[in-house]
Design a protein around this ligand. Structure first.
Ligand SMILES: [Zn+2]
Length: 60
Protein backbone atom coordinates (compact mmCIF):
# COMPACT_ATOMS: atom_id res chain seq x y z
CA UNK A 1 0.00 0.00 0.00
CA UNK A 2 1.25 3.40 -0.89
CA UNK A 3 -0.16 6.26 1.12
CA UNK A 4 1.16 9.25 2.94
CA UNK A 5 1.25 9.22 6.74
CA UNK A 6 1.06 12.66 8.33
CA UNK A 7 2.76 12.90 11.72
CA UNK A 8 1.15 15.43 14.04
CA UNK A 9 1.30 16.43 17.67
CA UNK A 10 -2.00 16.29 19.58
CA UNK A 11 -2.61 18.47 22.61
CA UNK A 12 -5.90 17.61 24.31
CA UNK A 13 -8.04 15.74 21.83
CA UNK A 14 -7.93 14.45 18.27
CA UNK A 15 -11.38 14.75 16.79
CA UNK A 16 -11.18 17.33 14.00
CA UNK A 17 -9.24 16.55 10.84
CA UNK A 18 -6.41 19.08 10.45
CA UNK A 19 -6.52 18.67 6.67
CA UNK A 20 -10.19 19.03 5.75
CA UNK A 21 -11.93 20.09 8.96
CA UNK A 22 -14.11 16.98 9.30
CA UNK A 23 -15.17 17.04 12.93
CA UNK A 24 -16.64 13.66 13.84
CA UNK A 25 -13.54 11.63 14.60
CA UNK A 26 -11.54 9.02 12.74
CA UNK A 27 -11.34 5.49 11.52
CA UNK A 28 -8.34 3.62 12.86
CA UNK A 29 -5.83 1.16 11.51
CA UNK A 30 -2.78 -0.69 12.75
CA UNK A 31 0.50 -0.82 10.88
CA UNK A 32 3.24 -3.26 11.79
CA UNK A 33 6.72 -1.88 11.56
CA UNK A 34 10.03 -3.46 12.47
CA UNK A 35 9.87 -3.12 16.25
CA UNK A 36 6.43 -1.63 16.96
CA UNK A 37 2.84 -1.64 15.76
CA UNK A 38 1.63 1.87 15.08
CA UNK A 39 -1.91 3.00 15.79
CA UNK A 40 -2.94 5.25 12.93
CA UNK A 41 -6.03 7.35 12.32
CA UNK A 42 -7.79 7.80 8.98
CA UNK A 43 -10.07 10.72 8.21
CA UNK A 44 -13.42 9.35 6.93
CA UNK A 45 -13.84 12.43 4.75
CA UNK A 46 -10.49 13.08 3.04
CA UNK A 47 -8.81 9.69 3.80
CA UNK A 48 -5.63 11.27 5.09
CA UNK A 49 -3.71 9.00 7.49
CA UNK A 50 -2.40 10.48 10.73
CA UNK A 51 0.24 9.26 13.15
CA UNK A 52 -0.28 10.95 16.51
CA UNK A 53 2.52 9.01 18.17
CA UNK A 54 0.70 6.02 19.62
CA UNK A 55 1.78 2.41 19.41
CA UNK A 56 -0.10 -0.69 20.52
CA UNK A 57 1.06 -3.76 22.38
CA UNK A 58 -0.22 -7.26 21.81
CA UNK A 59 -0.71 -9.92 24.44
CA UNK A 60 1.40 -12.97 23.81
ZN1 LIG B 1 -9.93 15.01 6.54
Amino acid sequence: MNYKITVINVENEFKICPSCGYKDGFHTMLKKEVTVTKWLFICPSCSEVFDIGHIVEKEQ
